[in-house]
Design a protein around this ligand. Structure first.
Ligand SMILES: [Zn+2]
Length: 435
């Protein structure tokens, strides 16, 4: 498909620092990639003539920017949205989440993931890092939705199907996909033995795939790992060879000076999940320090059971405002840096540095168009601040992933939402009857 966006404010996210280079202009898409980015009417006109079949999209004065990258999610946990709230992480996992999940079939997981993909795409999130059981079922949902994803097969000591079942099945499916890639996800240092953590490292090396895991999420985790190994979760996982530039570490709330240094030296990508951390009272991750010390910080929603939605705009604001409170410094995580976390930095974390998270010629065409004809967008003193601090999921009118439109006029092209809602209700009614 060939597309030409006109009449929009382009926020390319290609500037290194806060001097965001927004401009009024045109963006052309040819096949999977961005083929034109220009502020010159004559150049746009020439490109239009060279592509007689082009579909012209009127941006209506809105903002065109890269799709957002959610670097930590458990999509299928939409089925557990508002199922178990207002409790501590360990109680939540042991008494509610894991018993509920023991009843989920692969088809249930596919339905839950479809619901998650629908919510994210409608809100302008085009890429997700997912961590769950039966990721080959999540693959089917992501494939159907048109989203881009890094799907990581999760495991813990009591559930090791990832190695022999989930990962081989997922790798086979991913072999034919341009949008979906496979990874591995040990749940955490406190739920996986050193033997199983090492086994994960070996599998990642063998298949040449990235890894994600939960690190230093709560003080309970600090205590358990301290008692078991006499060190911090970061030091423990480093001693087992997990920390490198292909690891996305979710949470990283409780870090010592040494922990931060290790994360930086190993090139680990941090997935900051502020809403989940607030809701479970995990604490406040030292994102401003990590960021200024040179760690690649990104943003994740975590699962919809600890958030309880998958709205990345809300996540971004929480990320910035929480750092401003924690540091008592209103300059912490400024607007443009915040947007970089969800675009450029997220792209780097999923192995697409320079190719995603930016609007530049040659980059993959994952684009979001925001409708700014609403009161909360005006006046426009500063487009970047408006996008970072005012944008809402409901402002997203069009989404393109890998060059293909997946959302038009605020509606999903590849999902039957009423049928999806009904199916998810049927699943939770069935599981409720079992418990
Ligand atoms: Zn998580």
């Amino acid at each position: 498909m060939t597309l030409l966006f006109e009449n929009c404010t382009v926020l390319p996210m290609t500037a290194e620092r806060s001097e965001a280079n927004c401009f009024t202009g045109w963006v052309g898409v040819e096949g999977r990639r961005i083929a034109l980015v220009t502020a010159e009417a004559s150049e746009a006109e020439r490109w239009r003539k060279e592509h007689p079949d082009v579909r012209v999209v009127d941006g209506c004065g809105g903002v065109l920017m890269p799709g957002l990258v959610n670097t930590h999610c458990h999509m299928a946990m939409t089925l557990e949205r508002s199922y178990a709230d207002d409790m501590a992480l360990m109680t939540w996992l042991n008494d509610c989440i894991w018993p509920f999940e023991s009843h989920l079939t692969d088809d249930d997981i596919r339905t839950g993931a479809l619901l998650g993909a629908a919510e994210m795409l409608l809100g302008g999130t085009t890429s997700v890092v997912d961590m769950y059981w039966s990721e080959e079922a999540v693959f089917d949902a992501v494939e159907e939705s048109g989203m881009r994803a890094l799907l990581c097969c999760s495991y813990l000591d009591s559930r090791l199907e990832a190695f022999d079942r989930d990962l081989p099945a997922l790798l086979e499916k991913c072999a034919g996909s341009t949008r979906i890639r496979a990874g591995l996800a040990p749940h955490a240092a406190y739920t996986c033995s050193t033997e199983n953590l090492r086994r994960g490292v070996a599998a990642c090396e063998r298949y040449d795939i990235p890894m994600t895991t939960h690190i230093s999420e709560t003080l309970d985790e600090q205590r358990i790992i301290g008692e078991r190994y006499g060190m911090s979760p970061v030091a423990c996982l480093d001693s087992l060879g997990l920390l490198n530039d292909r690891l996305i570490a979710a949470h990283c709330v409780h870090l010592s000076d040494d922990d931060r240094r290790i994360l930086r030296e190993r090139g680990v990508h941090v997935a900051h999940c502020p809403t989940s951390n607030m809701k479970i009272s995990s604490g406040i991750a030292p994102i401003e320090r990590l960021r200024t010390e040179g760690v690649n910080c990104t943003v994740g929603t975590d699962g919809p059971s600890s958030n309880n939605d998958l709205d990345m705009w809300e996540e971004l604001r929480n990320a910035s405002f929480l750092q401003k409170v924690a540091t008592m410094d209103p300059c912490a995580v400024p607007a443009y840096e915040l947007l970089r976390m969800a675009t450029v930095n997220g792209a780097a974390a999923i192995g697409h540095a320079g190719e995603l998270g930016v609007v530049r010629e040659g980059a993959l065409a994952d684009l979001v168009l925001l409708d700014t004809r609403k009161p909360h967008w005006h006046p426009r003193h500063d487009v970047v601040a408006n996008v970072a601090y005012c944008a809402k999921a409901a402002d997203v009118t069009m989404v393109v992933v890998d060059g293909e439109p997946v959302v038009e006029e605020g509606r999903l092209l590849h999902a039957d939402l009423p049928a999806l809602f009904e199916k998810s209700e049927t699943i939770v009614r069935r599981i409720a009857a079992l418990r």
